[in-house]
Design a protein around this ligand. Structure first.
Ligand SMILES: [Cu+2]
Length: 230
């Protein structure tokens, strides 16, 4: 019995030492580095407004369609910044809500897999997606259906609309690597990017795509700036 105990302790010590030796290096590789991206646009904002007379108790009387949102210092909001080639690190599980007859957020990133489509409005919406790599969805989300879970496995940007409320427009970016969406100031921070050279990609619904190369170092932050053109 005592022998077995000693053997167990010895084994535990060896395992512990192995873990310690393996730990810091591995944690560094897993933790990776951070990319701070800033996206700017020198042009004018494009915000369309539309009078509406349907479901006004939930939708209001005016729809605001934000196609190009420009904040302070020319910061461009709603741009997807991603590192599609970075293996082993992922964007968060995405969720999109239908609130005030708008898709919130307007642009969402998700890891290939499942996304929750919520209906906070509690009225009839009809999800209609436009995609090529993934199957398109065209289905009603009745007022009692608070959440629908849908699956998008293939990387691409999917346009999402509602057949009940013609002005509703949103985008779901299915990205295999780490990704984020720029805030009102055009900034986004992408954490846990594996160390190494990567291509950073920016996508905006009307201003298109750009890429840049960056080198990420473990435990460090690298900055990258994009200026979108018409
Ligand atoms: Cu709707």
């Amino acid at each position: 019995m005592r022998k077995a105990f000693v053997a167990f302790v010895a084994l535990a010590l060896v395992a512990g030492a192995a873990l310690l030796a393996w730990g810091p290096g591995s944690a560094g590789a897993q933790g990776g580095g951070t990319i701070e991206a800033s996206v700017t646009y020198a042009g004018a904002a494009v915000i369309e407004k539309l009078k509406i007379n349907k479901d006004t108790e939930k939708c209001g009387s005016e729809a605001v369609i934000e196609k190009v949102v420009v904040g302070g210092n020319k910061g461009l909001a709603n741009a997807v910044v991603s590192v599609p080639g970075a293996k082993g690190a992922k964007a968060a599980k995405g969720a999109v809500d239908q609130k005030g007859c708008k898709f919130v957020p307007h642009v969402v990133v998700m890891t290939p897999g499942e996304i929750e489509i919520k209906n906070s409005d509690g009225i009839l919406h009809n999800i209609h997606t436009y995609s090529t790599a993934n199957a398109s969805i065209n289905k009603a989300q009745p007022k009692f259906k608070k959440v629908m879970t849908e699956k998008f496995e293939k990387p691409e940007v999917i346009k999402i609309t509602c057949d009940v409320h013609s002005w509703m427009l949103g985008w779901i970016a299915v990205v295999p690597g780490p990704a984020g969406v720029t805030d009102a100031g055009g900034a986004v921070k992408i954490e846990n990017v594996p160390a190494g050279k990567h291509t950073v990609e920016v996508w905006h619904e009307t201003l298109g795509k750009q890429t840049k190369e960056v080198e990420v170092k473990a435990g460090q932050t690298v900055k990258v700036a994009f200026e979108m053109k018409k």
